[in-house]
Design a binder for this molecule. Structure first.
Ligand code: GLU
Length: 329
């Protein structure tokens, strides 16, 4: 995902790289000769690696948010059986699920096993246990935020369980389950940044976030900082470590996972948006949505949801209980 480009307008990382190159050259020279040497630092221009698809000045809609629906209102479980729900799958022997494979705590490929892990992954596995009779009957398809709607509607996946916020605009394109996690957008900054929340961001700050997500509009509406988008918000972490951006903004649970990966970073400020997560299905596949809502009811009442939350998120985000379902019929 990382490609090399020769231009970036932030100078600090370049300067650091030039000094590192100069120091290395000096050490090699010193090792090769016996006497003292005088080495001028060579002016090498080491490019800063940037993720493919980075946009330093993204177009962000200034249209008011669509508030024509209740974003939380899904379909009541009713009497859809597992067999009826399986009939809607592309392959009735395998549940194909869209996830992230690089979002620590939520959907993350464990390098030691090669298996996806995290809150979203365990929610999907529990659903597969009910629907397929076997948690292992799942095929995982990694995807970015911007690929989710197309993935369910093209039949590439049967469902998406990937930190996906339910909102009216998206309800126009996909079906959602009932809410299974309630998040909010926050900021991740270096511990010594002096930024303690949204109010400390100025027009001189660059804030990295994910394209195709709800995050760019939220930050653009509530701050003067310059949003920088990347197709996969996980690439923001390297950009912050490089000094190419000053902060990362996305949902609390995602930022908590990044803060674990780099202890020199911290999540700051209050949440400044509501991000209710739903599982997405192809538009029109209300049978699968109803069946999954029945499974989520069971998971709320039999302790499965709580155990998944406590395993992945409680230590980092505090205690929580499952959001109560809302139905439109
Ligand atoms: N929950 C937000 C969204 O669905 C941000 C995180 C993400 O893109 O997955 O847009």
């Amino acid at each position: 995902m990382i490609e090399h480009r020769s231009t970036v307008s932030r100078d600090a990382p370049k300067r650091r790289l030039r000094w590192a190159a100069a120091l290395t050259a000096g050490l090699f020279a010193a090792a090769a000769c016996s006497g003292p040497v005088s080495v001028e630092p060579p002016q090498v221009d080491v490019p800063t690696p940037l993720p493919e698809g980075i946009d330093f000045d993204p177009d962000i809609s200034t249209d008011p948010a669509d508030e024509s629906c209740d974003p939380l209102a899904s379909y009541s479980p009713g009497s859809v059986t597992a067999e009826q729900a399986r009939d809607t799958l592309g392959d009735q022997e395998l549940l194909v699920v869209g996830i992230s494979q690089s979002t620590n705590l939520m959907g993350y490929r464990d390098p030691s096993t090669g298996q996806p892990t995290g809150f979203d992954v365990d929610i999907a596995k529990a659903i597969a246990g009910h629907l397929m009779g076997d948690e292992a009957k799942v095929k995982w398809v990694p995807m970015t935020s911007g690929e989710r709607e197309e993935a369910v509607n093209s039949g590439t996946v049967d469902m998406v369980v990937r930190t996906m916020t339910m909102n009216c605009e998206r309800w126009g394109n996909v079906e959602f389950s009932s809410e299974y996690y309630h998040g909010g957008q926050r900021l991740l900054v270096p511990t010594d940044s002096g930024i303690a929340g949204l109010a400390d961001l100025t027009a001189d700050h660059r804030v990295c976030t994910g394209a195709g997500s709800t995050s760019p509009k939220n930050i653009a509406e509530q701050s003067e900082a310059q949003p920088v988008t990347v197709p996969d918000f996980n690439d923001c972490l390297v950009l912050l470590q490089q000094g190419t951006v000053d902060a990362i903004t996305t949902d609390d649970c995602i930022l908590a996972g990044m803060a674990i990966q780099d202890p020199t970073l911290e999540v700051v400020g209050e949440a400044f948006s509501e991000e209710p997560y739903g599982i997405a299905f192809a538009k029109g596949n209300t049978d699968l949505a109803r069946y999954v809502n029945g499974v989520l009811e069971t998971m709320r009442s039999d302790g499965t949801w709580q155990s998944i939350y406590d395993t992945w998120l409680a230590e980092h985000l505090g205690d929580a209980t499952a959001p109560a379902p809302v139905y439109q019929d």
